[in-house]
Design a protein around this ligand. Structure first.
Ligand SMILES: [Zn+2]
Ligand SMILES: [Zn+2]
Length: 445
């Protein structure tokens, strides 16, 4: 007989697959804890309380079994463990091929009566079978009820598998139902058209072919459903330092890579994402070393500056307005001369001889005539109206050029090869650019 501290308080037998709770450090059999959790959730609790009696609520996503403790028990009490395992053998498998405590999501809206209890994409864990047709699921968020529902296996889909980034490291697993944003401009069709601009928010709604993720984006032109790759989306919400994806920022100090000045203080840029746990990726409008690549930097090196962005648009409009007005003023004499030449009486007739003479207006002569008639000021007759008109159109055209520049900068970025998928090509992303790693430059120091 095993010592009392190796017994599960719930079944008073030796611990089988022990799980240690973080609240008070007590261990229980995995199966006992699962049964405890199911009972408490069925009773209507949002979260079960610790069965050791410490009074704290525990997560229904139970901790993993304690490997060392299990090995210790299996080597020291192998006979008792083997006996318990033998008893546990004949457990019926879950319907739909699910495993107990598997992460799932609602594959459709789950309706009870005429009310939606769980909306499509909500995440949850499978608890156990319910009768012969249903499985019991604890959903993370529900519109009605406590979150524990008996559903048909077909109403569930397994959660997304873990994925690996381009450089091979494992990325944080995304969940169906999770809020994300587009990590770059997502294009569709041939020729590629930007369907979902960088920074557009969306929700993961499922897994798609070839490890792709199905996302419902809420763009300004309405909802768009696209299959994307892991690197094409980022988790929504605040990045390091409270910045957001696609946010306009300003360098608040000179940014150096070793001794080389990369970005001058005050340069505007856009946040492209997180580079690591401590650094962000920012593309600046101008780099002092002439490179176009984005820079990774600490969140303390940039600041959000709405005023600067507004000033930039105003400055741009003002400069173009002044330039247009100035050029109108400078070219005014030519306009006067041109108009005079246009209304010049070309035909004269000689009453004596009966011949008609054609006189063609000359630029130099018209200039001199105008000067003789009205002096220098005559060349600028009507200039005020023209300067005002040109100045105003300049105000409008300046920002238009600015916009065209942004578009052309965007078009400059490398395009990725389209990936052809069999069914429904309209929903396939034609990769707009290479992986993000391509335009990140690692900065040290
Ligand atoms: Zn037990
Ligand atoms: Zn406890």
């Amino acid at each position: 007989m095993a010592p009392v501290e190796w017994l599960c308080e719930l079944c008073t037998e030796i611990l089988l697959d022990p799980v240690t709770l973080p609240c008070c450090g007590e261990s229980f059999c995995q199966e006992c804890l699962r049964q405890w959790t199911i009972t408490k959730l069925e009773d209507g609790a949002q979260r079960p309380r610790c069965p050791a009696g410490c009074g704290k609520k525990i997560d229904y996503r139970l901790p993993q079994t304690s490997k060392v403790l299990r090995q210790l028990l299996e080597s020291s009490h192998s006979a008792e463990i083997a006996e318990r395992r033998g008893e546990a053998e004949d457990v019926t498998p879950l319907l739909g091929g699910f495993e107990a405590w598997q992460e799932v999501a609602a594959a459709r809206d789950i309706v009870v009566g005429d009310q939606v209890y769980v909306s499509f994409g909500t995440s949850g864990v499978v608890l156990c079978n319910h009768e012969t047709t249903h499985v019991k699921v604890k959903f993370d968020s529900v519109l009605h009820g406590t979150g524990t529902l008996n559903v048909f296996p077909a109403q569930l889909m397994p959660q997304l598998p873990r994925s690996r980034s381009a450089c091979g490291s494992e990325q944080r697993a995304l969940q169906i139902g999770e809020a994300v944003v587009a990590a770059l401009n997502l294009t569709t069709g041939e020729p590629p058209v930007v369907a979902v601009p960088f920074g557009t928010p969306g929700t993961i709604v499922g897994a798609a072919v070839e490890g792709r993720i199905e996302v419902l984006f809420t763009s300004s032109s309405g909802p768009k459903r696209l299959n994307v790759q892991r690197f094409e989306i980022e988790t929504a919400g605040e990045l390091l330092g409270g910045f957001r994806m696609a946010q306009q920022v300003k360098a608040c100090r000179d940014i150096y890579a070793e001794a080389i000045l990369l970005v001058e203080s005050g340069t505007l840029g856009q946040v492209l994402g997180e580079y690591s746990d401590t650094r962000l990726v920012v593309r600046f409008e101008r780099r002092m070393d002439g490179s176009e690549q984005a820079v990774n930097l600490g969140p303390g090196e940039i600041e959000f500056d709405r005023k600067a962005m507004q000033q930039r648009a105003m400055t741009c409009a003002a400069i173009s307005g002044v330039c247009a007005a100035g050029s109108a003023l400078v070219t005014q004499p030519f306009d006067v001369v041109k108009t005079r030449m246009q209304i010049h009486c070309m035909v004269t007739s000689d009453a004596k001889s009966g011949y008609r003479y054609f006189k063609v207006a000359r630029v130099g002569k018209t200039f001199r005539e105008t000067m003789a008639m009205a002096g220098w000021r005559g060349l600028w007759v009507g200039s005020m109206a023209r300067v005002v008109q040109m100045g105003l159109s300049g105000l409008l055209i300046g920002p238009l050029f600015e916009y065209a520049e942004l578009l052309s900068n965007d078009a400059d970025r490398p395009l990725r090869h389209p990936l052809i998928l069999g069914e429904d090509p309209g929903r396939t992303i034609v990769h707009p650019r290479s992986t993000r790693d391509m335009f990140i430059e690692v900065k040290t120091g």
